[in-house]
Design a protein around this ligand. Sequence first.
Ligand SMILES: Nc1nc2c(ncn2[C@@H]2O[C@H](COP(=O)(O)OP(=O)(O)O)[C@@H](O)[C@H]2O)c(=O)[nH]1
Ligand SMILES: [Mg+2]
Length: 200
Amino acid sequence: MIVKSAEFVTSAVKPSQYPEARHPEVAFSGRSNVGKSSLINTLVNRKRLVKTSGTPGHTQLVNFFLVNDTLSLVDLPGYGYAKVPASVKRKWGPMIETYLKERETLRTVVLIMDIRRTPGMEERNFIDWLVLYHRTPILVLTKADKLSKTAQKKQRRAVGTALGVDEATLVMFSAKTRLGKTAVWSAIESATWGKIHEHD
Ligand SMILES: Nc1nc2c(ncn2[C@@H]2O[C@H](COP(=O)(O)OP(=O)(O)O)[C@@H](O)[C@H]2O)c(=O)[nH]1
Ligand SMILES: [Mg+2]
């Protein structure tokens, strides 16, 4: 994907605030602080289109962005962060569930995980749930730069086993080195338009 433009559209706390569903949409999900905003910024070649943060768990907003006036990117609030108050968690779950179930333009979900942390039931359940709703996710292991090549390979295998998926389907990524940027775009493009675009 050659990104010519990327703009912020809106922030929403509830479905009535979502922008009209006019473009194919890709949602990004992951635990707070996993590197979700950094990944989106890397994809669109921007430093700060999406705000990154050292203090996770605060934004409980769904942020919408538009790329090339044709593709909608959605930054979902991070889940599984202990410091999020229970009241927020109670609201977050149903809100995100409704979005993922009912957004008719949603083409795929990019599930971002820290390569250093072997995922558990939380991720397995989430993936199963997504598959049930025909939202088979693109699985990305980010912060790969934090591990040596050897450790990356080892951890990729461990994550594949933990999730019960073929490790070849796990996309290695780094916002720091831009490793995997083209691979993530290819996966998004093929999920969105059904084929891998020739360019980029
Ligand atoms: N080394 C390294 N740090 C990263 C990477 N991606 C994100 N970070 C850092 O991780 C922290 C959280 O990133 P952010 O994108 O805000 O995470 P979010 O809460 O999931 O949106 C920030 O300090 C980032 O600079 C990466 O690929 N490599
Ligand atoms: Mg973020």
